[in-house]
Design a protein around this ligand. Structure first.
Ligand SMILES: [Zn+2]
Length: 189
C-alpha cells in the first residue's frame, strides 16, 4: 500500500490498492490487446479484410469484410483453429478439440456437446480471451471511450465517457444529432 503525506490535510490519503498490482494488470492488459492485433488479426486475416476503428485498454472495435472465419487466410486456417482457444473462448473441450478442428476445416458447423458448452461458459469468464462485445452495422468513434454503434435490428451501444448526458442529446438519430454534439464536446475535454 502507498501512503501519501502532505502538509495539506486534504491531500493526506492512504491508497488502499497496491499500486504495483494495478500497474502490472494495466500493462498486461495493454500488452494483450496489442498481441491480439499483431499476433492474431494481422497474422490470420489479410489487411484488406479488416480495419480497426478504435482501441482501448481492454477492447477494440473493428470492421470486417465478412464474418471472421470466412476471412481467415486459407494457408493459415489449420493453425488458426489449432490456436483458437488461446485467443477466443473455446467452442470445444479438450476431448472434442480434434473434432472441432476437423469440422471447421471443412467449413461446417461443429456440434456442441454439454462438456463443450461448459468449457465455453468457463472461457467467457476467463481473462485474456477476447469475447464479442457488440456486433453491428456501423460505428461512429471519435476517440477512445466515445463511440456509438448500431445494428440492423435497432440495437445500439453508446460510450460517452467524460461527456455530460444531460448537456448532450445522445440519441439514436445518428448522422447529425449525435455526431455534432459529440464533436463539440470532445473538443472541450
Ligand atoms: Zn466436449
Amino acid at each position: 500500500m502507498l501512503k501519501q503525506s502532505s502538509s495539506d490535510p486534504n491531500l493526506n490519503n492512504t491508497v488502499t490498492t497496491p499500486c504495483i498490482i494495478s500497474l502490472v494488470v494495466l500493462n498486461y492488459a495493454k500488452l494483450r490487446i496489442l498481441e491480439f492485433y499483431y499476433d492474431f488479426m494481422a497474422r490470420y486475416v489479410y489487411r484488406k479484410d479488416f480495419q480497426y476503428v478504435t482501441m482501448d485498454t481492454d477492447s477494440g472495435y473493428m470492421s470486417l469484410s465478412a464474418p471472421l472465419e470466412k476471412i481467415i487466410r486459407p494457408e493459415l486456417c489449420l493453425e488458426y483453429f489449432q490456436n483458437y482457444g488461446s485467443w477466443l473462448p473455446k467452442l470445444f473441450c479438450q476431448q472434442h478439440k480434434d473434432a472441432f478442428i476437423k469440422t471447421r476445416m471443412q467449413s461446417k458447423e461443429s456440434k456442441m456437446e454439454k462438456c463443450c458448452e461448459a468449457q465455453l461458459k468457463f472461457d467467457k469468464n476467463s481473462p485474456g480471451l477476447f469475447k464479442t462485445e457488440f456486433v453491428g452495422d456501423g460505428i461512429i468513434a471519435l476517440n477512445s471511450k466515445t463511440y456509438f454503434c448500431w445494428g440492423s435490428i435497432g440495437q445500439t451501444k453508446l460510450s460517452s465517457n467524460g461527456l455530460s448526458k444531460t448537456q448532450n442529446d445522445l440519441r439514436k438519430d445518428l448522422e447529425c444529432t449525435i455526431l455534432k454534439p459529440l464533436i463539440v464536446s470532445s473538443l472541450c475535454h
